[in-house]
Design a protein around this ligand. Structure first.
Ligand code: TXE
Length: 506
């Protein structure tokens, strides 16, 4: 066996659309190959949905919501189902991690961590469902005024290729906890684990039509999902260009919309930072999943007084990063998702140099012939990036770290804030109060102090400004899938007699 092939094949999901509880081919028989980005090899050929399949999936979700048992199933039973799914994910972690690694190229270590998080998300929303409460409102008359929560309805979920099952779980678990039904479309580049979770939901006893999976491209399959008046909520994670389109489509039907569109995430190293910690986390911030993370800390902002010392530590470690196939246990950096994406990332490396930055590490494709068929890029570092260029403002989404310097905390905060996509930021300082002062000034959905990347099912995730609308995870992540309803019951009703008075009425 050539050493570019994985030593074992994971159990593959059924190559089928899931519509109304049935697993089917596309009506017109169309298919698409899903590729391993590390080798370019086909992992599975899957059906490619057309308009008729999307229509059938939406009908199934609508009927399951309007007439099916799920929205009226007691929360305790919904919670039990989510727990069964979490147990099934735990039991199948290794298979799921392999699938995710073959589809995305990410390392097995990262895929295993994703699977652990995904099981936790299902458990967390099972617990939220059990404990969530409405309100009794203090109204001035003798009445009962109640706020109750009801499922928002049919949800169209559209997910990206960087965290296929993780992003799906952030939507599926709260949607099911709330009592919604859904149609999910994973990225056409990474359908495998979404296919499997569809099967697992059915195996766990979810009624037919509650979970529907359609596959295909953005224009042919994604867009019709977002334009259909049968959809009550569109939940999208992906790029900002698509996000804008989806917001426009949602406006037409006044559908609810939740958007997670990534960010340009600064990582600020103040003059008093622990440089061993800050350099270690700077690598973690940008090279996790080859930089293809919505919260990637690709923009390192360093106080000038420590910039040389920090850069030296970073470049030394970058030179030792092990590129490889995701399924090799020693691999630290896998490929990027596709040839088109590789070209885009390399374009930013070239642009940064045109803007005046200096390439101090990486920048090219690895020379080892084993990697010739894959979309690998060396871990790259650029210093001296100007603050006002495109590269300082735009999301690169690849293994590329840019370093800018500043003089004093106030300038660092000002530079870090110069973005409309405030998803996440990091601050490194030994002085907790100094770091917290800076953190309160930054307009980002998450600010990490002396760390980068941790997220938890219990804490909200989302961004300020153009980074998106709404929050996933946490309590707000459940509220996205609920409508609030006011129930009012007059306990001492008397006629008010405002209309149609007789002449002799007082
Ligand atoms: O995303 P798209 P792309 C960023 C990252 C990346 C850029 C573009 O900077 O370089 O976005 O990536 C579906 N109607 N992020 O082009 O196209 C598509 O099929 C409905 C950040 O790959 O937004 C896929 O399922 N759906 C991000 C999903 O949208 C449409 C993660 C995302 O793909 C559609 C990924 C349409 N008209 C990229 N067009 C993050 N927030 O983490 C496409 N899609």
């Amino acid at each position: 066996m050539p050493d570019t092939e994985p030593p074992r094949a994971p159990r593959l999901p059924r190559a089928a659309l899931q519509i109304g509880g049935r697993f089917t081919e596309a009506r017109d028989g169309a298919t698409r190959d899903t590729l391993d980005p590390a080798s370019g090899a086909t992992v599975l050929t899957v059906p490619e949905a057309g308009a008729a399949d999307v229509d059938a999936a939406l009908s199934a979700a609508r009927t399951a919501f309007d007439d099916g048992p799920w929205p009226r199933t007691p929360v305790q039973d919904r919670a039990r189902l989510l727990e069964r799914v979490a147990d099934a994910i735990d039991a199948e972690t290794e298979e799921l991690a392999w699938l995710e690694t073959l589809d995305t190229g990410k390392t097995l270590v990262e895929s295993r961590a994703d699977m652990d998080q995904i099981a936790q998300v299902f458990r967390y929303y099972a617990a939220e469902a059990r404990t969530a409460r409405g309100d009794v409102n203090p109204v001035p008359t003798d009445a009962l005024s109640l706020t109750v929560h009801e499922p928002v309805g049919v949800v169209a979920m559209i997910t990206p290729w960087n965290y296929p099952l993780l992003q799906a779980s952030w939507k599926i678990a709260p949607a099911l906890a709330a009592g919604c039904t859904f149609v999910i479309k994973p990225s056409e580049l990474t359908p495998l684990t979404t296919l499997r979770i569809g099967e697992m939901l059915q195996e766990a006893g979810l009624p037919d039509g509650v979970a529907n999976v359609v596959l295909g491209g953005g224009a042919a399959v994604g867009a019709p999902l977002t334009e259909d008046p049968r959809v009550d909520l569109i939940s999208f994670t992906g790029g900002i260009v698509t996000g804008r389109r989806i917001a426009r489509a949602a406006a037409e039907n006044v559908a609810r919309v939740a958007l997670e569109l990534g960010g340009k995430n600064p990582n600020l190293v103040l003059a008093d930072a622990d440089l061993d910690l800050a350099s270690d986390q700077a690598l973690n911030a940008v090279y996790y999943h080859a930089g293809q993370v919505c919260s990637a800390g690709s923009r390192l902002l360093v106080d000038r007084s420590v910039a040389d010392a920090l850069t030296e530590r970073i470049v030394d470690r970058v030179g030792r990063i092990r590129i490889g196939f995701g399924w090799e246990e020693a691999t630290e950096l896998g490929p990027v998702i596709s040839p088109e994406h590789l070209e885009k990332v390399q374009g930013y490396v070239a642009l940064a140099q045109e803007e005046g930055a200096t390439l101090v590490a990486g920048g090219g494709r690895p020379s080892d012939p084993r990697f010739a068929q894959g979309t690998f890029l060396e871990p790259t570092v650029l210093t001296g990036l100007p603050h006002d260029g495109r590269v300082a403002r735009e999301e690169i989404f690849g293994p590329v770290l840019t370093i800018e310097t500043f003089d004093g905390d106030a300038e660092g905060i000002r530079l870090a804030s110069a973005t409309r996509t405030g998803l996440a930021a990091g601050i490194f300082s030994r002085d907790a109060a100094r770091a917290m002062r800076a953190a309160r000034r930054l307009r980002f959905g998450t600010v990490w102090l002396n760390d980068f990347h941790p997220y938890f099912p219990e804490a909200p995730w989302g961004g300020f400004g153009e980074s998106g609308i709404g929050r996933e995870l946490g309590r707000t992540g459940l509220a996205e899938y609920q409508e609030e309803k006011h129930l009012y019951w007059n306990l001492d009703p008397e006629p008010v007699g405002w209309f149609g008075k007789r002449d002799d009425d007082a």
